[in-house]
Design a protein. Structure first.
Length: 502
């Protein structure tokens, strides 16, 4: 279905970034108003796109200047794209509100909002692009803006870790360009629908498999899978809470989304090889990630390392490559975007009060800040997969997919990871909120922590809602997964849109 609607997730944040740039130096409250309105409108657009494709059979397509695929720039939104755009907008609203009430003025006034919406433009563009070269372009927009947010404030730790982040992503982007050149040299096109149709006709898939593994390395670096996750834990610890929450909740998911997209649409000619590698990497990512988290005693670092183990769950369903497996991956991405963002915001609120992120220097906060403690516990239990929260149902679907595929070893890895996730979350709760209260800094008495909680609890309520409404949520995820497992739906929608054929 041809429509201009899917340009809005890119255009709205782009215009917002430009407007906020021109408002630099004026009253910061005006930038906040513009940012808040833009985030709400973006959520409305995401919901509108979602409502148009919820049947799992419709794909919205936009062709720039009337040039039909594969000759022109194409945007395409299926159910997976719509889910991602909607969830990113929801998470962005929570992080922006937390920024309004917690971010120091030096950071907020130094182009924070223009850079924020440049990231949103790149993220949304990655979800709706129908061309793998433009996926690279959107990645670069997102990454260049994220470099700025990483160093905003210029602390020693931020500068050190952002330099590492920059080098790793420069390497990843270089490999990405090489992979694109190889793919274009083989197939003569970079439109994803056209690539899928042409690759399917090849008798010898060996060179395509090599190319697929290069793309796996590219997206694995960006998504932080084993053994390419080394850059992530410290990088996400240094920025302030709303920035860390946005990075932890959204940026790694773009790499996972890209992996799901290309390994269900383009690189499906040698599934027995490529997807088994993905499954093995998923198990190693889960296990090593959670063991790293268990060994830590810094609140934010535990949450950062847990990003790695949770990415393992997300690609586990892709490795199984069944409808139930992909549905589980989609559910876990949605769940983790909500819960991981919420946990980082709870950490930010806790650090505002205590002045530290070290678990051994905290304790007894539950008596004075009960809403903060119980809200964190609800989000933590969701991450661990305790019913009736969202994390339970995403893991349940993945475990069911494992049983149906007779892959009991990956099910065992997922269960072990879940146990140690629960252990590390309980450790945070007992060290931070339980026990005898420890002395708090003087500034704690002046902090209105109630202002910090609405964005945290909004995400907790979303997690509860996803769990309570699990049946329709799972049905939607199944539709999205079925659409992915039938790539001809996407191909036919993109290639059938009329226009100039060159």
């Amino acid at each position: 279905m041809s429509t201009n609607l899917i340009t809005l997730p890119i255009i709205i944040p782009m215009l917002t970034a430009i407007i906020c740039m021109f408002l630099h130096g004026r009253d910061i409250r005006l930038q906040r108003v513009v940012a808040g309105i833009s985030a709400l409108v973006s959520l409305g657009v995401g919901v509108c796109i979602f409502s148009r494709v919820i049947d799992g059979e419709t794909v919205l397509v936009f062709t720039a200047s009337g040039w039909a695929a594969p000759f022109g720039i194409v945007l395409a939104a299926d159910l997976l794209s719509a889910i991602m755009v909607t969830m990113v907008s929801l998470v962005s609203i929570a992080c922006l509100y937390f920024s309004f009430v917690s971010l120091d003025s030096a950071r907020e006034e130094n182009y924070f909002y223009p850079v924020w919406f440049c990231i949103m433009m790149g993220v949304n563009g990655s979800f709706v692009t129908g061309d793998i070269f433009n996926l690279y372009v959107m990645f670069e927009i997102m990454l260049m803006a994220s470099y700025v947010l990483c160093v905003l404030g210029c602390s020693h730790g931020q500068l050190r870790e952002s330099f590492k982040y920059l080098i790793v992503n420069m390497l990843s982007s270089t490999i990405f360009v090489i992979a694109l050149a190889l793919l274009y040299g083989m197939m003569g096109t970079l439109n994803m629908a056209d690539l899928s149709a042409k690759i399917a006709t090849l008798e010898d898939q060996s060179l395509v498999t090599v190319c697929a593994m290069i793309f796996f390395v590219v997206f694995g670096l960006k998504g932080a899978v084993f053994p390419l996750y080394f850059w992530l834990p410290r990088t996400y610890v240094e920025p302030p809470a709303p920035i860390a929450a946005m990075f932890g909740g959204v940026l790694t998911k773009v790499g996972v989304y890209s992996m799901i997209r290309v390994f269900t649409l383009i690189f499906v000619g040698n599934v027995a090889y490529t997807h088994n590698i993905i499954l093995i990497v998923a198990a190693l990512t889960m296990m090593l990630g959670v063991f790293g988290a268990v060994s830590q005693f810094n609140f934010k670092r535990i949450l950062s390392i847990h990003i790695i183990s949770q990415v393992g769950y997300m690609i586990m369903g892709l490795g199984l490559y069944t409808v139930w497996g992909l549905a589980g991956s989609i559910l876990h991405i949605v769940h983790n975007m909500v819960v991981k963002t919420g946990l980082f915001l709870f950490e930010g609120a806790t650090e505002e009060i205590t002045g530290t992120g070290e678990l051994k220097n905290m304790g007894g906060l539950l008596s004075k800040y009960p809403w903060l403690g119980w809200g964190f516990l609800a989000a933590a239990m969701s991450l661990a997969g305790v019913p009736p929260l969202s994390g339970f149902f995403s893991k349940f679907v993945l475990l069911r997919a494992s049983v149906e595929a007779d892959n009991y070893w990956i099910m065992a890895a997922a269960l072990i990871t879940g146990f140690f996730t629960l252990f590390s979350m309980v450790k945070i709760f007992f060290y931070t909120f339980w026990g005898e209260p420890k002395p708090l800094p003087e500034k704690a008495a002046t902090i209105n922590y109630g202002k910090l909680l609405p964005s945290c609890f909004m995400l907790v309520l979303v997690s509860v809602g996803l769990g309570v409404a699990s049946q329709p949520v799972i049905e939607i995820a199944m539709r999205a997964a079925t659409q992915l497992m039938n790539p001809e739906i996407y191909i036919n929608a993109v290639m059938a849109v009329p226009g100039i054929r060159g």
